[in-house]
Design a protein around this ligand. Sequence first.
Ligand code: DHB
Length: 492
Amino acid sequence: MKKFIYITLTALLACSCGYNRQGLNFNPKNGVEAELTMPDGQVVKYTAYERLFYVRNVEDSAYQYMNIYVPEGATKQSPIFLRTYVGGYMAAKARQPQAGDATGRALREGYVVAIPGSRGRNSVQDGIYTGRAPKGLLDLKAAVRYLRLFDRVMPGNADRIVIDGTSAGGAMAALVGATGNALAYEPLLEAMGAAKAKDDVYAAVCYCPITDLEHADMAYEWLYNGTVSRQQSPTEMRAVSNELKEQFPAYINGLGLKDWEGNPLTADNYTDLLIRELIRSAQTAKNAGADISDTLGFVFSEETKGGLPPLNGGMAQALQVIPARKAQRGEYVIGLDLPRYLNYVVSTQPLKTAPAFDTKGILGQTASGENELFGDEKGGSVNFTVFGAYKNGSELPKEVVDNVYLMNPMNFIGTVEDKDGKAGEKKLATVAPHWYIRHGARDRDTGFPIPLNLALKLHNSGCDVNFLFAWNRPHSGDYALDELFTWLGGIM
Ligand code: DHB
């Protein structure tokens, strides 16, 4: 009887103005038929639901809504592909599906596609900056909650949400993936009038995530300090680079990571793993037919069979015994002269200056996008690393420390939250069980350790992680879509 009343009430509510729940609206009757022509000429028909505001207390109506696209034939079981177009930590509009990126492909594959807008470091309303950290992230989490709130009355399965993003958007995907139902965001989401619903997702697809921002400067200098480019920079910049580089080993040791096989990873063997990952990148490309120049630093052999050399010792030995210049050609990539490879990476795109992220006031540099991200509503920008604050003769205010914490997925993976929820409760966040992480093998926008550490921390905490430095890719995303959708098909 109860069920009958519920269904009748639900049907009655749906027929006029749609559903109103917790002050949020969705009307299944408001869909508009449309179609998308794919690059190969195939036409995908879908129903569009646009301008769905996902919070009650809308602060910036240019961004705080979502568009949802339901392809012909989708059911309540269809997975949901949630794409964020955040770039540079700026505001992103809710867009329509694009034939040339993962949204068009997802639609064709039968996924319900959700494209939320979100505020960012540059969004302004009446002189107030509306999207300083962590607000852009809160918007995306609120969008997930909206999908869960209306799950029963909307096509698509909110237990099968995949979030996809690139660069700062890749970082946002990592954050949404890692911070599901985390208490630390609860009061903030409540104040925005987000739905009271779960906000964990099923999978995160992170292309070149610019994340772990407070450790990104040290990782960058640890990696690139020895390049000819950095060594040719002015003396003061080299000094800053040296200082930052020195901080990285303690950070790595403190992370307590393990490699893929479960061996402890420390500052002493970290380079070995990085080399192994770059070799895996090159070998994967070679297996697919890529021609890899002798000049990049890779060592090839006809002889080494049976997979990659061992992680420790074997690799270091191979590097010493076979000078890169005398490399023989062969099917197997068995070594890498890392300094040589890094000089190559930097030759394809100039290095960022040092520090790469927290630049404000250091060596006379102006604020970076990240300095703005953590800045205030008046449009100010701030240092967000201990190093940056120290160099400017100050300390990080608590508010900045809190926001930096909320913007780092590493804080939520496999660890009980540090920050209390409303009632002083602590618990584990619901981390997405499936992760696809790619970072271009010649992407210098952040150091290779950043995406690698994210992938390892997830793997160490039991998540399914598909990680690769994508061969020859610069800073970019939504590539190799056949591969991505094959992987997605496998986890659904
Ligand atoms: C992006 C790129 C960067 O180099 C950076 O520091 C932050 C964001 C981006 O492309 O989104």
